[in-house]
Design a protein around this ligand. Structure first.
Ligand code: GTP
Length: 296
Protein backbone atom coordinates (compact mmCIF):
# COMPACT_ATOMS: atom_id res chain seq x y z
CA UNK A 1 0.00 0.00 0.00
CA UNK A 2 1.30 3.45 -0.90
CA UNK A 3 1.51 5.92 1.94
CA UNK A 4 -1.24 8.53 1.99
CA UNK A 5 -3.83 5.99 0.92
CA UNK A 6 -6.34 4.26 3.13
CA UNK A 7 -7.03 0.56 3.18
CA UNK A 8 -9.31 0.98 0.16
CA UNK A 9 -6.69 3.10 -1.62
CA UNK A 10 -8.60 6.37 -1.30
CA UNK A 11 -6.55 9.37 -0.08
CA UNK A 12 -7.91 10.79 3.14
CA UNK A 13 -8.01 14.27 4.69
CA UNK A 14 -8.63 15.00 8.34
CA UNK A 15 -10.87 18.02 8.95
CA UNK A 16 -10.22 19.68 12.31
CA UNK A 17 -11.15 22.96 13.97
CA UNK A 18 -13.18 24.43 16.82
CA UNK A 19 -16.97 24.22 17.02
CA UNK A 20 -18.78 26.56 14.69
CA UNK A 21 -15.84 27.20 12.36
CA UNK A 22 -17.81 25.72 9.45
CA UNK A 23 -16.46 22.18 9.02
CA UNK A 24 -19.74 20.45 8.30
CA UNK A 25 -20.85 23.30 6.04
CA UNK A 26 -17.60 22.90 4.08
CA UNK A 27 -18.11 19.18 3.54
CA UNK A 28 -21.61 19.88 2.16
CA UNK A 29 -20.42 22.58 -0.24
CA UNK A 30 -17.48 20.51 -1.50
CA UNK A 31 -19.82 17.57 -2.06
CA UNK A 32 -22.23 19.66 -4.09
CA UNK A 33 -19.45 21.15 -6.19
CA UNK A 34 -17.92 17.73 -6.78
CA UNK A 35 -21.30 16.39 -7.88
CA UNK A 36 -21.11 13.44 -5.55
CA UNK A 37 -24.03 11.28 -6.50
CA UNK A 38 -26.48 11.01 -3.58
CA UNK A 39 -26.19 7.24 -3.58
CA UNK A 40 -22.41 7.41 -3.49
CA UNK A 41 -22.29 9.82 -0.54
CA UNK A 42 -24.86 7.84 1.37
CA UNK A 43 -22.97 4.67 0.84
CA UNK A 44 -19.91 6.33 2.37
CA UNK A 45 -21.90 7.66 5.30
CA UNK A 46 -22.84 4.14 6.12
CA UNK A 47 -19.35 2.91 5.62
CA UNK A 48 -18.38 2.84 9.26
CA UNK A 49 -15.41 0.75 10.12
CA UNK A 50 -15.34 -1.37 13.21
CA UNK A 51 -13.11 0.97 15.08
CA UNK A 52 -15.43 3.89 14.50
CA UNK A 53 -18.35 1.76 15.57
CA UNK A 54 -16.55 0.91 18.80
CA UNK A 55 -15.77 4.54 19.56
CA UNK A 56 -19.36 5.51 18.84
CA UNK A 57 -20.49 3.03 21.44
CA UNK A 58 -17.79 4.18 23.83
CA UNK A 59 -18.82 7.84 23.52
CA UNK A 60 -22.53 7.38 23.58
CA UNK A 61 -23.08 4.07 25.26
CA UNK A 62 -25.29 3.10 22.32
CA UNK A 63 -24.86 1.35 19.05
CA UNK A 64 -24.95 3.59 16.01
CA UNK A 65 -28.48 2.72 15.00
CA UNK A 66 -29.79 4.15 18.22
CA UNK A 67 -28.18 7.53 17.67
CA UNK A 68 -29.97 10.72 16.78
CA UNK A 69 -28.34 13.05 14.19
CA UNK A 70 -27.22 15.48 16.92
CA UNK A 71 -25.42 12.72 18.70
CA UNK A 72 -23.74 11.77 15.47
CA UNK A 73 -22.01 15.17 15.42
CA UNK A 74 -20.21 14.19 18.62
CA UNK A 75 -18.10 11.67 16.79
CA UNK A 76 -15.91 11.72 13.73
CA UNK A 77 -17.52 10.60 10.48
CA UNK A 78 -15.95 9.66 7.19
CA UNK A 79 -17.46 10.84 3.90
CA UNK A 80 -16.49 9.91 0.38
CA UNK A 81 -15.94 13.00 -1.76
CA UNK A 82 -15.24 14.05 -5.32
CA UNK A 83 -13.24 17.06 -6.30
CA UNK A 84 -14.78 19.70 -8.57
CA UNK A 85 -14.11 18.27 -12.05
CA UNK A 86 -11.16 19.95 -13.73
CA UNK A 87 -9.34 20.83 -10.51
CA UNK A 88 -5.62 20.28 -11.19
CA UNK A 89 -4.10 17.30 -9.39
CA UNK A 90 -0.57 17.26 -7.98
CA UNK A 91 0.13 13.88 -9.53
CA UNK A 92 -0.89 15.17 -12.96
CA UNK A 93 1.83 17.75 -13.11
CA UNK A 94 4.10 15.51 -15.14
CA UNK A 95 1.44 13.66 -17.12
CA UNK A 96 0.39 14.43 -20.64
CA UNK A 97 -3.02 16.01 -21.26
CA UNK A 98 -4.29 12.86 -22.99
CA UNK A 99 -3.38 10.55 -20.14
CA UNK A 100 -6.42 8.57 -19.01
CA UNK A 101 -6.29 9.74 -15.40
CA UNK A 102 -6.02 13.39 -16.43
CA UNK A 103 -9.08 13.11 -18.64
CA UNK A 104 -10.96 11.23 -15.95
CA UNK A 105 -10.28 13.85 -13.32
CA UNK A 106 -11.57 16.49 -15.73
CA UNK A 107 -14.85 14.69 -16.32
CA UNK A 108 -15.57 13.14 -12.97
CA UNK A 109 -13.43 14.74 -10.32
CA UNK A 110 -10.92 12.77 -8.26
CA UNK A 111 -12.20 10.68 -5.38
CA UNK A 112 -10.99 11.34 -1.84
CA UNK A 113 -12.31 11.08 1.70
CA UNK A 114 -12.83 13.57 4.47
CA UNK A 115 -12.97 12.67 8.15
CA UNK A 116 -15.18 15.38 9.66
CA UNK A 117 -14.55 15.69 13.39
CA UNK A 118 -16.45 17.27 16.30
CA UNK A 119 -15.02 20.64 17.37
CA UNK A 120 -15.98 20.57 21.02
CA UNK A 121 -12.97 20.83 23.37
CA UNK A 122 -13.79 17.72 25.35
CA UNK A 123 -14.02 15.49 22.29
CA UNK A 124 -10.90 16.69 20.54
CA UNK A 125 -8.22 14.35 21.76
CA UNK A 126 -10.29 11.18 21.27
CA UNK A 127 -12.43 12.05 18.25
CA UNK A 128 -10.17 14.39 16.29
CA UNK A 129 -6.45 14.74 17.07
CA UNK A 130 -6.02 10.99 17.63
CA UNK A 131 -6.52 10.40 13.90
CA UNK A 132 -3.16 12.09 13.20
CA UNK A 133 -1.29 9.13 14.63
CA UNK A 134 -3.63 6.37 13.52
CA UNK A 135 -2.19 4.01 10.99
CA UNK A 136 -4.13 2.47 8.14
CA UNK A 137 -6.33 5.45 7.34
CA UNK A 138 -3.91 6.78 4.74
CA UNK A 139 -3.69 10.36 5.86
CA UNK A 140 -2.75 12.79 3.05
CA UNK A 141 -3.52 16.08 4.65
CA UNK A 142 -4.90 17.92 7.64
CA UNK A 143 -7.34 20.78 7.08
CA UNK A 144 -7.58 23.00 10.14
CA UNK A 145 -10.58 25.29 9.87
CA UNK A 146 -10.97 28.49 11.85
CA UNK A 147 -13.53 31.27 12.03
CA UNK A 148 -11.69 34.47 10.99
CA UNK A 149 -14.32 36.57 12.77
CA UNK A 150 -13.42 34.92 16.09
CA UNK A 151 -9.71 35.66 16.08
CA UNK A 152 -9.78 38.83 18.16
CA UNK A 153 -7.80 38.16 21.33
CA UNK A 154 -9.26 41.27 22.99
CA UNK A 155 -12.88 40.47 22.10
CA UNK A 156 -15.86 40.76 24.44
CA UNK A 157 -15.38 37.17 25.58
CA UNK A 158 -11.82 38.06 26.68
CA UNK A 159 -10.61 36.45 23.50
CA UNK A 160 -11.60 33.00 24.73
CA UNK A 161 -12.62 31.83 21.24
CA UNK A 162 -9.36 33.03 19.72
CA UNK A 163 -7.31 31.45 22.50
CA UNK A 164 -9.18 28.18 22.15
CA UNK A 165 -8.50 28.14 18.39
CA UNK A 166 -4.79 28.80 18.91
CA UNK A 167 -4.40 26.15 21.58
CA UNK A 168 -6.22 23.62 19.37
CA UNK A 169 -3.94 24.44 16.42
CA UNK A 170 -0.92 24.19 18.73
CA UNK A 171 -1.86 20.65 19.75
CA UNK A 172 -2.49 19.63 16.15
CA UNK A 173 0.86 20.97 14.92
CA UNK A 174 2.75 19.43 17.84
CA UNK A 175 1.20 16.05 17.04
CA UNK A 176 2.24 16.42 13.40
CA UNK A 177 5.75 17.41 14.46
CA UNK A 178 6.02 14.25 16.60
CA UNK A 179 4.28 11.97 14.12
CA UNK A 180 7.44 10.57 12.49
CA UNK A 181 8.63 9.48 15.94
CA UNK A 182 5.34 7.84 16.85
CA UNK A 183 4.20 6.31 13.58
CA UNK A 184 6.40 3.70 11.93
CA UNK A 185 7.77 4.77 8.55
CA UNK A 186 5.89 8.07 8.66
CA UNK A 187 7.69 11.07 7.20
CA UNK A 188 6.64 14.59 8.09
CA UNK A 189 6.25 15.52 4.41
CA UNK A 190 3.64 12.81 3.95
CA UNK A 191 0.98 14.89 5.64
CA UNK A 192 0.47 18.47 4.53
CA UNK A 193 -1.45 21.09 6.48
CA UNK A 194 -3.93 23.68 5.27
CA UNK A 195 -5.17 26.30 7.70
CA UNK A 196 -8.49 27.47 6.31
CA UNK A 197 -9.38 31.03 7.37
CA UNK A 198 -13.13 30.73 6.91
CA UNK A 199 -15.89 33.37 7.00
CA UNK A 200 -13.94 35.96 5.04
CA UNK A 201 -17.36 37.23 3.86
CA UNK A 202 -17.99 38.82 7.27
CA UNK A 203 -16.77 42.38 7.73
CA UNK A 204 -15.78 41.50 11.30
CA UNK A 205 -13.30 38.94 9.98
CA UNK A 206 -9.57 39.43 10.24
CA UNK A 207 -7.89 39.31 6.81
CA UNK A 208 -5.91 36.15 6.14
CA UNK A 209 -2.46 37.75 6.43
CA UNK A 210 -3.46 39.21 9.80
CA UNK A 211 -4.77 35.82 10.95
CA UNK A 212 -1.43 34.31 10.01
CA UNK A 213 0.65 36.78 12.01
CA UNK A 214 -1.70 36.55 14.95
CA UNK A 215 -1.42 32.77 14.93
CA UNK A 216 2.37 32.95 14.82
CA UNK A 217 2.43 35.43 17.68
CA UNK A 218 0.09 33.41 19.88
CA UNK A 219 1.77 30.09 19.04
CA UNK A 220 5.09 31.69 20.05
CA UNK A 221 3.53 32.61 23.39
CA UNK A 222 2.37 29.06 23.99
CA UNK A 223 5.75 27.72 22.94
CA UNK A 224 7.57 30.04 25.33
CA UNK A 225 5.42 29.13 28.30
CA UNK A 226 5.73 25.42 27.55
CA UNK A 227 9.49 25.80 27.37
CA UNK A 228 9.63 27.56 30.71
CA UNK A 229 7.55 24.77 32.22
CA UNK A 230 9.86 22.07 30.94
CA UNK A 231 13.15 23.63 32.01
CA UNK A 232 11.71 24.27 35.46
CA UNK A 233 10.85 20.62 35.91
CA UNK A 234 13.65 18.76 34.14
CA UNK A 235 17.29 18.59 35.01
CA UNK A 236 19.15 20.73 32.50
CA UNK A 237 20.73 17.83 30.55
CA UNK A 238 17.37 16.28 29.77
CA UNK A 239 15.64 19.55 29.02
CA UNK A 240 17.16 20.13 25.56
CA UNK A 241 16.24 16.71 24.25
CA UNK A 242 12.82 16.87 25.80
CA UNK A 243 12.10 20.26 24.27
CA UNK A 244 12.66 19.02 20.73
CA UNK A 245 10.04 16.39 21.43
CA UNK A 246 7.45 18.41 23.23
CA UNK A 247 7.89 22.06 22.26
CA UNK A 248 6.35 23.28 19.04
CA UNK A 249 9.12 24.14 16.55
CA UNK A 250 11.71 22.56 18.87
CA UNK A 251 13.63 23.93 21.83
CA UNK A 252 15.67 26.63 20.02
CA UNK A 253 15.69 30.28 21.03
CA UNK A 254 14.18 31.53 17.77
CA UNK A 255 10.65 32.89 17.68
CA UNK A 256 8.06 30.48 16.32
CA UNK A 257 7.13 30.83 12.64
CA UNK A 258 5.34 28.42 10.31
CA UNK A 259 8.48 28.45 8.16
CA UNK A 260 10.47 27.15 11.11
CA UNK A 261 8.13 24.18 11.37
CA UNK A 262 8.83 23.39 7.73
CA UNK A 263 12.61 23.94 7.95
CA UNK A 264 13.15 22.03 11.18
CA UNK A 265 10.50 19.33 11.05
CA UNK A 266 9.27 19.13 7.46
CA UNK A 267 5.71 20.08 8.43
CA UNK A 268 4.42 22.31 5.63
CA UNK A 269 1.61 24.66 6.57
CA UNK A 270 -0.35 26.76 4.08
CA UNK A 271 -2.79 29.43 5.22
CA UNK A 272 -5.58 30.30 2.82
CA UNK A 273 -8.70 32.43 3.29
CA UNK A 274 -12.17 32.06 1.81
CA UNK A 275 -15.78 31.44 2.82
CA UNK A 276 -18.18 28.52 2.72
CA UNK A 277 -21.27 30.66 2.39
CA UNK A 278 -22.20 34.30 2.62
CA UNK A 279 -25.70 35.78 2.96
CA UNK A 280 -26.45 35.12 -0.70
CA UNK A 281 -25.23 31.52 -0.50
CA UNK A 282 -22.15 32.33 -2.59
CA UNK A 283 -18.90 30.64 -1.68
CA UNK A 284 -15.18 31.08 -2.12
CA UNK A 285 -13.68 27.61 -1.69
CA UNK A 286 -11.79 27.20 -4.96
CA UNK A 287 -8.32 27.69 -3.50
CA UNK A 288 -9.02 25.08 -0.83
CA UNK A 289 -10.13 22.65 -3.53
CA UNK A 290 -6.94 23.39 -5.41
CA UNK A 291 -4.90 22.63 -2.31
CA UNK A 292 -6.70 19.27 -1.95
CA UNK A 293 -6.10 18.59 -5.65
CA UNK A 294 -2.42 19.43 -5.19
CA UNK A 295 -2.15 16.68 -2.56
CA UNK A 296 -3.78 14.07 -4.82
P1 GTP B 1 -19.10 21.57 15.03
O1 GTP B 1 -19.86 20.48 14.34
O2 GTP B 1 -19.75 22.04 16.31
O3 GTP B 1 -17.66 21.23 15.25
O4 GTP B 1 -19.14 22.90 14.06
P2 GTP B 1 -18.74 23.03 12.53
O5 GTP B 1 -17.30 23.45 12.45
O6 GTP B 1 -19.10 21.81 11.78
O7 GTP B 1 -19.58 24.28 12.04
P3 GTP B 1 -20.85 24.33 11.05
O8 GTP B 1 -20.50 23.79 9.72
O9 GTP B 1 -21.98 23.72 11.77
O10 GTP B 1 -21.05 25.90 10.90
C1 GTP B 1 -21.32 26.74 11.99
C2 GTP B 1 -22.10 27.95 11.53
O11 GTP B 1 -21.29 28.82 10.74
C3 GTP B 1 -23.31 27.60 10.67
O12 GTP B 1 -24.38 28.43 11.06
C4 GTP B 1 -22.85 27.95 9.26
O13 GTP B 1 -23.92 28.31 8.43
C5 GTP B 1 -21.94 29.13 9.51
N1 GTP B 1 -20.92 29.31 8.48
C6 GTP B 1 -20.12 28.34 7.98
N2 GTP B 1 -19.29 28.86 7.06
C7 GTP B 1 -19.56 30.18 6.97
C8 GTP B 1 -19.01 31.25 6.19
O14 GTP B 1 -18.07 31.10 5.39
N3 GTP B 1 -19.54 32.49 6.39
C9 GTP B 1 -20.54 32.73 7.26
N4 GTP B 1 -21.00 33.97 7.36
N5 GTP B 1 -21.09 31.74 8.01
C10 GTP B 1 -20.60 30.48 7.87
Amino acid sequence: RKDGQSGDGIPTFLLLGPSGSGKTALVTVLQTRGNVAKSEAKEADEEVDEEEERSRSAVNGHSRDALSPTRLSQIASTTRMRLLPGTPLGSNRYRSENDYEVTASKKEGAVYKIIDTPGHGKLRSEQAISYINKTGIGLKGVIFMLDSSAMDTSAADDGEMAKDTVSYLHDVLLNLQRRPKLVKKAKAEDVRVLVVCNKQDLFTSLPTTAVKSRLEMELERLKASKKRGISAVDAKEDADENEDETVLGGGGEQKFTFKMLDDEFGVTVEIVGGFVKDEEENNDVKRWEEWIGGCL
